[in-house]
Design a protein around this ligand. Sequence first.
Ligand code: SF4
Ligand code: SF4
Length: 269
Amino acid sequence: MASILIPIGILGGIALFFGTFLVISAEKFKVEVDKRVGKIIEALPGIDCGACGAPGCSAFAEGVVEEKYPVNGCKVGGQEVADEIAEILGVEAGEVMESVAVLRCLGTIEVANRIAEYQGIETCAALDLLGGDKGCHYGCLGLGDCVEACPFNAIIMKDDGLPYVIEERCTACGECVRSCPRGLFELIGKEQDIYLACISKGDAKEVKKVCSMGCVGCSLCARVIENEIITMDGNLPVIHWEKIEDNKLLEPALEKCPTKTFIRRSEYV
Ligand code: SF4
Ligand code: SF4
């Protein structure tokens, strides 16, 4: 009998030792969860789009509590979510600047020359790896990776071969920006109506050969507007949005651009 009791006693002692050790460790190393994080996660849209700069909604919620991200940093949630988060944290929300996605290419089937017939995998990413099927190596490939990527069905592909943003549905989540292998989408402030719809860095001769609506880099737009609101990066004009209080400032560029590559967002539907 004693021969059975001794091992049982030893095993019981070991179990008691490790059990006590685990309880003490759990207590000692337990991570305090801030209840505000959970409440903020509930307030967020939960689509993990990453437009705020965090890898997902939970990371954003934690980051806001730790003051790594601004209270009004969720673009998809907009003002309503910012106000809710502000209430949870007992701070001011501040104003959420509303943005919208725009396509920076006017190379429809009609105006941008095709130089090859592609018969591979039907994605822009695959076509881009082969250099595209148009003469322009900057322009839209037209296979709709952006349409697939948009979680809000805010992009449609039209018969002219280009994607169009339905602004009422666009939440500025930035998925289209990340999905386009050519970097053709940009998020701009909703109050900005005029923008340059081309990202080609080619010179006039190269651009004219491949697209009749592309920017030829003449720099007229930069010269007709004061205060370096537009500067040239090689052949491509760069708009300094931070200097523009009133979008009317870009009207002269819209009027003078010889290729009509500056366009009005409100007319591009
Ligand atoms: S993916 Fe869709 S909703 Fe998001 S920014 Fe682009 S167009 Fe707007
Ligand atoms: S904008 Fe970019 S992702 Fe969308 S169809 Fe054109 S190349 Fe493809």
